[in-house]
Design a protein around this ligand. Structure first.
Ligand SMILES: [Zn+2]
Length: 179
């Protein structure tokens, strides 16, 4: 079972100033070695993909300046599990610090492990785009779940996996803009 909750906070310069035990545990469970040196670093070092960084920066700015508090669903899948999570982003009135709290809503085991979602798997030259918010993949202009992407790309018949590029799908773009 995955760690069920984690939180982290940034200061006015978007540097990580506080992370809780859940953060470290979650990072460890997901093979994310860099997490131990997170404190003091920019949050944006940890957000993959330029478009995603741009949208999340806008969201954080809106939370600070106008909204105060948003809660959004997101996915944080692993090769063997689907994870539906929620993230709450909160700024105190007048303050520039922002707190992020994520919690696990549901976790389901997959019928088959999906190597596309394995950060350690060796990759080839071909590039596949993944949405960093909902963990879907763009195949032939459509955004589909990993199982469907693997099927359409006939990954099981190939000697190597495509490399991943991190982007954001139109549905998630719309959701982040509307938050
Ligand atoms: Zn998406």
């Amino acid at each position: 079972m995955t760690t069920e909750a984690l939180s982290y906070a940034i200061d006015e310069h978007d540097h990580l100033v506080k992370v809780d035990r859940g953060y470290y545990r979650f990072a460890e469970e997901n093979g994310w070695a860099e997490a131990t040196t997170s404190l003091g670093r920019s949050l944006w070092d940890y957000v993959a993909g330029e478009e995603m960084r741009k949208l999340q920066r806008m969201l954080v700015r809106r939370v600070r300046d106008e909204v105060g508090d948003v809660e959004l669903p997101f996915r944080c899948d692993g090769p063997e599990v689907r994870r539906r999570m929620d993230i709450r982003i909160v700024a105190r009135p007048g303050g520039r610090a922002v707190l992020f709290s994520a919690r696990l809503r549901a976790e389901e085991e997959r019928e088959e492990p999906q190597p596309l979602l394995d950060p350690e798997a060796p990759r080839g030259e071909e590039i596949l785009t993944m949405c960093g918010w909902c963990d879907r993949f763009e195949v032939g202009g459509e955004w589909v779940e990993v199982e469907e992407a693997a099927r359409r790309l006939e990954l099981f018949d190939r000697p190597e996996l495509p490399a991943l590029s991190h982007g954001i799908c139109p549905d998630c773009t719309e959701m982040l803009l509307a938050a």
